[in-house]
Write a protein that binds this ligand. Structure first.
Ligand code: ADP
Ligand code: MG
Length: 265
């Protein structure tokens, strides 16, 4: 059988596409049989891995791609870098633990949640990103259309479910109880990453029910890492820099000016 036919039948399309290059490389590098086989299979594996990442990334529905490299930790000194590095190692997913990112608007909660999502996708995990609003829309609709169980099943599936912006809109009692049911489904089976602008003491208000909020917090935080970000909004900083927000005039040569220019690099 021809090599190309073999590769086709074995569905090794990436190696097939790179065959000439791989052979040339092997000849130039004076590889032995094992070395050549390793390189050839690696070409196939890389292609498959890359395709897997791309398709999981699509399914994850991240609103943008953000990475840890793009995050300026110097701007947010309240963040414990060691804690974030530990999270980026993703062992929390293996342990089916949760992550809660708390802080005022603009401090990078969504950015960090997405960066964790991207890492998880690259490591082979299924990820789904939803704002709390769209989650609630889905759950309430599903309940009214009598297919709540199926939707809860679907939402229990991703290894990492990112729920963004808990707390911006208060939930009705119905929504809060649906949220609780989702949490129970995923509890100790798969990880949640939740971002919120409200500290835990205010969750009773968010869920419109103190007892339910306590039960929710109990399950969410039983195995969880909380990153509490206290700092300035990065968005506002950018607006301030662009002169869109008023700021007190400073004498020329103020060291703060030098610092801002330096931070831009
Ligand atoms: P939050 O979810 O806390 O409201 P975001 O994560 O949406 O904030 O951040 C707002 C914008 O600022 C995003 O574009 C984000 O990428 C950017 N951003 C926030 N904090 C940082 C940071 N420390 N370094 C770099 N970019 C940041
Ligand atoms: Mg956000």
């Amino acid at each position: 059988m021809e090599l190309t036919t073999l590769l086709e039948r074995m569905k090794m399309e990436h190696l097939l596409a790179q065959l000439d290059g791989v052979c040339e490389h092997a000849a130039k590098g004076d590889l032995d049989y094992k070395g050549f086989l390793t390189q050839a299979l690696e070409a196939e594996w890389r292609g498959r891995h890359q395709r897997g990442v791309e398709s999981r990334l699509k399914l994850a529905r991240l609103p943008w791609i953000k990475t840890f490299d793009q995050f300026d930790f110097d701007f947010q000194p309240s963040i414990d870098r060691r804690q974030v590095r530990e999270l980026a190692g993703l062992s929390f997913i293996e342990r089916t633990e949760n992550v809660v990112l708390l802080g005022p608007p603009g401090v990078g909660k969504t950015h960090l949640a997405i960066a964790l999502g991207v890492k998880a996708v690259e490591a082979g995990h299924s990820v789904l990103f939803l704002t709390l609003e769209s989650l609630m829309g889905r759950l309430v609709r599903a309940r009214h259309e009598n297919r709540l169980d199926r939707i809860l099943q679907q939402l229990a599936y991703p290894r990492v479910l990112i729920l963004d912006e808990l707390g911006y809109l208060p939930l009705t009692r119905e929504e809060a109880s649906l949220f609780f049911r989702l949490l129970v489904r995923r509890y100790e089976r798969a990880s949640l990453i939740v971002t919120s602008n409200k500290s835990f003491v205010d969750w009773g208000e968010v869920f419109n029910d103190q007892i339910l909020a306590t039960a929710i917090l109990d399950r969410l935080l039983h195995h969880a890492t909380t990153v509490n970000i206290k700092g300035e909004s990065y968005r506002l900083r950018e607006k301030k820099k662009a002169g869109l927000l008023g700021r007190k005039p400073r004498p020329a040569g103020d060291p703060a000016d030098v610092e801002e220019v330096g931070a831009e690099a």
